[in-house]
Design a protein around this ligand. Sequence first.
Ligand code: WT7
Length: 727
Amino acid sequence: MKQKKHTKKDKKPAYKKTSQKEENKTMANEIKQNGKGFSEAEIAVHWKEEELIYPPSTFVAQANMADPKVYERFSEKKFPECFKEYADMLTWDRYWHTTLDTSNPPFWKWFVGGKLNASYNCVDRHLQQYKNKAALIWVPEPEEESDAVITYQELFVRINEFAALLRDFAGLKTGDRVTFHMPMVPELPVSMLASARLGIIHSEVYGGFSGQACGDRIQDSQSTVLVTIDGYYRSGTLIDHKANADIAVKRAEELGQKIDKVLVWRRHKGQYASKSPMVKGRDFFVDDLLKEFKGARVEPISMPAEAPLFIMYTSGTTGKPKGAQHSTGGYLSYVAGTSKYIQDIHPEAVYLCMADIGWITGHSYIVYGPLALAATSVMYEGVPTFPDAGRPWRIAERLNVNIFHTAPTSIRMLRKAGPNEPAKYNYHFKHMTTVGEPIEPDVWRWYYYEVGKKEAAIVDTWWQTENGGFLCSTIPAIKPMKPGSAGPGMPGIYPVIYDENGKEIERGSGRAGNICIRNPWPGIFQTIWGDPDRFVKTYYEKYCKNKNSKDWRDWPYFAGDGAMEAEDGYFRILGRIDDVINVAGHRLGTKELESACLTVPEVAEAAVVPVVDEVKGRVPVVYIALKPGYENEGEKIAQKIVATIESVIGKIARPKNIYIVPDMPKTRSGKIMRRVLSAISNRFNVGDVTTLANADVVEKIRVLVQGKDKVIVEKAPEDLEHFGEEK
Ligand code: WT7
């Protein structure tokens, strides 16, 4: 298997520049090919080196950053002082004395000595010039409901009132943690910025996560207050969300963390949308309470740059989610800088990011980045394809959105449901972003030609929850776009690809390896909340050159992604190299899913592997061995497993298939061979299985999954090729 990989990758991909005309031809071909039966997923993984496309001159003429010297300003020689350029975009109460403190590696400290407040920086400081400008425009999912336009002044008022409530009613103070379990409603950024105003550390749990998942995170962060909402719209249904709060509180309590107060916003003021009763003395309607805080003003607390601003949980290789702890000064500087240079956000921008604030993308690039730059950030409550695939384009047309940001999974979904929709609407984007997973060149082209109408510069931004902001991307007015490649390291970010032994893989070699970042940057998370050892172990141990060194050069950051660097320094990200599945741009740990399955009493063993999905990129498939004496009669057990996964994690983790197998393929030492299960699920060669303890079960499983006829996909997707192999 390894050998095959080499011959394949040694062939250096052809590298060519294409004119616009040729480019159109290529696109036509791709579409034709696609019509001939290539699945998007197949194209997905085996694309060749693509041509370069230059940004429209209209874009370049107005760009925030069009000076190629920026790369010199942020060169290694200028590190770390170069990041002053980002920090200076903020208003500091006290300037810092040390840009980067490396005295306790890898716990880097940025802008030490500096003091600032994030809420002040995102709101108060804009009032003088922009108080009547829309800060947030919230678009509800039901199309007949009108938008909520929240000016900077109005946002200021709401933040102050809610901050007063958090302090005086909920009893929260600087350094406490508060958990939010909120969907895409303006009350979420209000809650975040109100916490930030007081230096309360917020931990927003994605609204789609189950109550139980929320409870786990409450416990981990030791929050005593949960902020939630009664309901919200998703695909036309008003979902009962408050019910999750009851489960979350119960779960947290079982784990030893008591929630004193549940603050319940209401989707429609004064009307309660949930069936779940309000618990007396614990649950309170925020709209009722706010009456007492009308006109309240709360001084923003001047926080040390290093004070944590928020925690954002993400999946890792073990079952327990990791709380990525982000700083105030470094984080805010980094998102302000990257929003300005990469997203090209001007104060006049009407910026629509169709991500969820429950993920890091929304924190950095719906809330903190755009608001730090005084832009108008448009929030959409619901599903992009609701009620039809024209929805985002109608929003863009009506609000005159000029910057659009989303993930490949929504792009694929929108293309599938309405390939010709964008042309029907009169909107004009100058800039578009893709983030979260590799984007197939074919999908990229639809984005560029159909959605962007060839008028927009596209950035493909690679980064992670842990990183605060973009790590690889083109600077849109300076570097050409290359479909399917994220681009070079950002200014001040020096990526490197190492092989398993820590040897650098040269650019242009055509070989893939583990992408790492050589240096610290201001947006990097500070630690895993409550688990500094896991932080060091997961991200720094593998390639640390000298554990006693206080030189950052000895501590490359290990991202956990496979990648290739082309001759021109552009990085193509291949996907996770660990046991994490990237579903629709979001991380799920296979171990989290497996542990959920194991809570079903009939289940003896569970193994979860990723399969290619045309829309979502990768989705989990579950293999189950039942305890003796049980059978999956009428799919009953399979249904129970699905229900369990949904209640332990949430609907996003719903598996594509559940296979009840007679036995798991195992090594002689009893280890489940996930590699074999992944190969079967994805229809590629299972390789050598003769050394297994129960080799005969492999064919049985294969027939169960694929049917009798053997169809083998010629090339395994790069990220799946080695899934589950012993490392
Ligand atoms: C993982 C991080 C931070 C954005 C939202 C996801 C994958 C992210 C790209 C991209 C290819 C990408 C990586 C990464 N990923 N962006 N532009 N091209 N892959 O954040 O949930 O922390 O997931 O998403 O595999 O490790 P996340």
